[in-house]
Design a binder for this molecule. Structure first.
Ligand code: FAD
Length: 495
């Protein structure tokens, strides 16, 4: 029997659950990726024509195609590889399954609500033709309702979730799927090389996106890029707990984009971290915790899908955020890194220039938007969704709801980050600020966190002119804090 492997957020040939099951259970398997116009067209409509993610996906597909061809050749099947379609996935997959006369389509779970709707549609279409649709867990270690409270409910608080996760995990769940063992089932692509079936992966310009030089991505794509980055991180994982909060230091792994698009297997990285955790390595334990946060937010999205449009805690939907013209101006200042708070502005320069932002800074800028500028977290969430190369609905929504205090296990609303003390603590010599705000580079360490407090002489000596070379602060933090406490008072007396 024949099968179709549909790649989505799992762009790797190694340790891939659905690919393994497809190859193991079918005599002949074709592989497909759909550049889904239902996802891409809204990006183009919003003007995101030079999108790093699309470039990352494209380069990763080129590698995946080459890898599948090499695996086929090793097993004596010529002209295997990846079929790439640029179409609506909900139409393209059933059509392809029909044309190839497969008995089953295999894919890994994607628990975002839009993906559920798409998959339900595909499943319905396939069922009409008597074709099966097999979904597999691959993207997380534990999904959906696999880790539950003793009463059988989904967890809404992280620490007990983490304890239950650690109790439940064992080497079986972290075992890789030996895909290569069954590679002989890879099917040769029908038709001649270069023909409709066997065409090279489209270029960005073929799908209406602007070309981006892969070197400009600053993130090596594909399985190769993922492995290099992971090997590099393993060398410094033992210091992760000490370095991870300082944006000027190479502390974190920078693997989020690879975990997002599945160019790296979560089982592979979690099993390395878990072994080191068992050996008592503090850095690895802290890093493993971050991977558990990732599972945690994925199960929140799967079990409480209302979080996509609403606060996790309903009473937080009563808060009235700023909306008018002034709010829009403040929001633009935040997006463009012109708030006058150097750490916030440097962080926004980082996301705007690279598509990545350090975790500490995501917390700082999110808190600043919601609690200093009084702007709805959903505006910030949407901005991150458009600009983060690692954008992931579950983690992004979780992060924003945490910062706005409306989420599960969130920051209590009266705990409000002070953007100046955060800066003094986590970028003490202003190294990160100087990297992204060269106009402040000559300020002494003591004034770089709050230039408006510097003496005139210091500003002149550093060539800084407030209001000209760098903005005055758009709000006063102490006043904003008071306004936020008033704004949030409604959550104490819901309706
Ligand atoms: P590391 O510190 O090396 O962590 C390892 C991995 O653990 C990450 O790659 C990521 O997959 C996972 N992880 C770490 N922290 C978290 C977390 N808090 N929640 C869920 N998973 C986590 N992460 C995303 O992957 N996509 C997003 O869209 C996203 N948006 C965020 C928005 C806000 C407001 C906040 C506060 C956090 C957000 N995060 C998001 C979580 C976190 O900031 C990033 O995962 C992390 O900065 C990525 O860098 P890294 O790979 O070097 O992380």
């Amino acid at each position: 029997d024949k099968g179709l492997m549909w790649f989505r957020r799992d762009l790797r040939a190694e340790d891939n659950a659905a690919l393994y099951h497809a190859l193991k259970s079918c005599r002949q398997v074709w592989c497909v990726f759909v550049l889904d116009t239902e996802i891409l067209e809204p990006l183009l409509a919003r003007g995101l024509t030079a999108d790093r993610r699309v470039a990352f996906i494209r380069e990763s597909l080129v590698q995946l195609d080459a890898r599948l061809r090499a695996m086929g050749r090793e097993h004596g099947t010529e002209a295997t590889g990846l079929i790439v379609r640029h179409a609506r996935a909900r139409d393209a997959i059933p059509a392809l399954a029909r044309q190839l006369q497969v008995q089953a389509v295999f894919a890994n779970h994607d628990d975002e609500p839009a993906a559920h709707a798409r998959d339900a549609h595909v499943l319905g279409q396939l069922a009409h033709e008597g074709i099966m649709f097999h979904g597999h867990k691959d993207h997380v270690v534990f999904e959906r309702r696999e880790v539950l409270t003793q009463a059988g409910h989904a967890f809404g608080v992280f620490t007990p979730y983490k304890n239950a996760w650690l109790k439940q995990v064992d080497s079986f769940q972290l075992k890789p799927y030996p895909v290569a063992r069954y590679a002989a089932s890879l099917g040769a692509l029908p038709g001649p090389v270069g023909g409709e079936w066997n065409a090279p992966v489209p270029r960005l310009s073929d799908i209406d996106f602007e070309p981006i030089d892969p070197a400009q991505l600053k993130m090596a794509p594909g399985e190769k890029g993922a492995h290099q980055l992971f090997e590099d991180f393993v060398q410094r994982i033992d210091r992760y707990h000490e370095t991870r909060d300082y944006p000027a230091i190479k502390g974190p792994s920078y693997l989020s984009v690879h975990l997002r698009f599945g160019t790296l297997s979560i089982r592979q990285v979690a099993s390395v971290a878990y072994q080191m955790h068992l050996q008592g390595m503090a850095g690895a334990s802290t890093w493993l915790s971050e991977l558990i946060w990732r599972d945690f937010y994925h199960q929140i999205l799967a079990n409480f899908p209302h979080v996509v449009d609403k606060a996790f805690k309903p009473e937080y939907d009563h808060i009235r955020f700023e909306q008018g013209k002034h709010a829009k101006e403040l929001f633009a200042a935040w997006c463009e890194g012109r708030t006058g708070y150097p750490l916030v502005d440097a962080a926004m320069a980082q996301i705007n220039q690279t598509g990545y932002m350090h975790n500490r800074l995501r917390m700082v800028v999110a808190s600043f938007l919601v609690k200093d500028l009084g702007i709805h977290w959903r505006w910030g969430e949407a901005y991150f969704a458009d600009h983060l190369i690692d954008f992931d609905l579950a983690a992004n929504n979780g992060g924003w709801q945490w910062a706005s205090s409306s989420g599960c296990d969130a920051q209590p609303y009266f705990r409000i980050f002070n953007p100046v003390t955060q800066s003094e603590r986590f970028d003490p010599q202003g190294k990160f600020i100087r990297r992204y705000l060269p106009q402040l580079a000559n300020l002494p360490d003591a004034c770089i966190h709050a230039p408006w407090q510097a003496r005139e002489l210091e500003l002149v000596a550093a060539g800084v002119e407030l209001g000209k070379t760098y903005p005055h602060p758009v709000v006063d933090h102490a006043e904003a804090r008071e306004r936020t406490l008033l704004r949030y008072a409604v959550v104490k007396k819901p309706n």
